[in-house]
Ligand binder design. Sequence first.
Ligand SMILES: [Fe+2]
Ligand SMILES: [Fe+2]
Length: 149
Amino acid sequence: MNMAHRSMPVFEIPELDRQHRSILDGLQFLREAPRLRESDVAELHRCLAEIKAHFAWEESELDRVGYPDKIRHKVDHERQVANLEDLLKYVDEGHERLDEDFFQACLAWTERHIRSMDADFVLFLKQRECWDLQQELRAWEYEEHLQSI
Ligand SMILES: [Fe+2]
Ligand SMILES: [Fe+2]
């Protein structure tokens, strides 16, 4: 299956792009799947395993290149994994049916993370000077914000 995700940026880093596309395809498939709880839950377990493997791979890349913003990036990964695990546990105990809104929320989080945090990492890899500049600008905007409140 290879569904198009028009909103997903392509970074021209083949392994990174392939993993992101595969995760989004899995979530999109679940969002559109008939609501058959057994198979949906099994597929969601598979998706979560794939997401965890992707985060582990990506975090090893952050470490390998000494990415300065890696803590914030990892915390965002951890939050998403914790949310998915909490919900899966709850669903596994038979408390809740999976519904379209749930998968829509997973897709929205994943797309936001790719667009913001992963895009920042790719900027660091490909255009280090732009990344430095962006960090300075953010620090400056933050200072301005603090002074305005
Ligand atoms: Fe990431
Ligand atoms: Fe990623």
